[in-house]
Design a protein around this ligand. Structure first.
Ligand code: GLP
Length: 245
């Protein structure tokens, strides 16, 4: 049991490989449960899946999706919410049933937070669990928003965002004051319960954190390092992201 490392010819090849895996899963199991990620990294993946839907008849009609995370304190319709991102980039262009789309809420009242997170977690379990989980990696080594200090068995919960993560979101939000300070994220335990996991990382900027996640001791300071304990996880890299391995 060791994590697979695929260094593809370029990011286009990596995207194609992951898209093919998702397409063959959905073709053999039309009611597959997909764990979905946001960020710039998976955008071309969603574009490729939309192309497969349009040109190759790939249907998501019976698929259930769970997104990893959502910012807190902004309306769902905010331009930078993950709800908006997912609809603009993916859901609005495929035949997924809106009732099977799941994201954590973006304005969950404090008093409802524990129940909201527990319900999200329970719903994942009730659907039979995630068949295929897509991941990116943040500059702090986080998967979802599992910032440094998130234990391997943590589940869906509210998390305070690391300052590095908030800084990375400044260009999107237009200023540090506009960047939310917290989010709801699936936990490391939630993610590690997925049957198959594909982490994608592209470009030189990801090289150092990819090296730490794969080659330094497994630690809760880098939640992506926990993937090395998963029986069916793969890192899909381009040559730049793999350049210091
Ligand atoms: C955010 C998301 C992560 C994502 C990370 C990296 O923190 N919550 O899921 O992996 O950004 O984003 P990018 O792919 O834009 O580098």
């Amino acid at each position: 049991m060791s994590v697979q490392i695929h260094t593809h010819a370029d990011r286009g090849a990596a995207i194609k490989a992951v898209a093919q895996e998702i397409a063959s899963l959905v073709r053999t199991k039309p009611n597959a449960v997909l764990g979905l990620a946001t960020g710039a990294t998976p955008i071309p993946l969603y574009q490729e899946l939309v192309r497969m839907h349009r040109e190759e008849g790939l249907s998501f009609a019976q698929v259930t999706s769970f997104n990893l995370d959502e910012y807190q304190g902004i309306p769902r319709e905010h331009a930078e919410s993950y709800w908006t991102f997912m609809h603009q980039i993916f859901f609005d262009h495929i035949d997924i049933d809106p009732s099977r789309i799941n994201l954590p809420g973006s304005q969950v009242p404090v008093d409802d937070m524990t129940a909201h997170c527990a319900t999200y977690e329970a719903k994942i379990v009730a659907t039979g669990g995630i068949d295929y989980q897509i991941l990116g990696i943040g500059r702090t080594g986080h998967i979802g928003f599992n910032e440094p200090g998130s234990p391997a068995d943590c589940i869906t919960r509210e998390i305070h965002l690391d300052e590095i993560t908030r800084q990375d979101a400044v260009p999107a939000f237009g200023g540090i004051d506009q960047v939310p300070t917290s989010a709801i994220t699936m936990g490391c335990g939630t993610i590690l319960a997925a049957k198959k996991i594909a982490l994608m990382a592209f470009g030189e900027k990801k090289a150092d954190i990819v090296r730490k996640a794969l080659q330094e001791p497994i630690t809760d300071l880098i939640s992506a390092s926990f993937l090395r304990n998963h029986p069916n996880a793969a890192f899909h890299l381009d040559p730049e992201a793999a350049s210091v391995l």
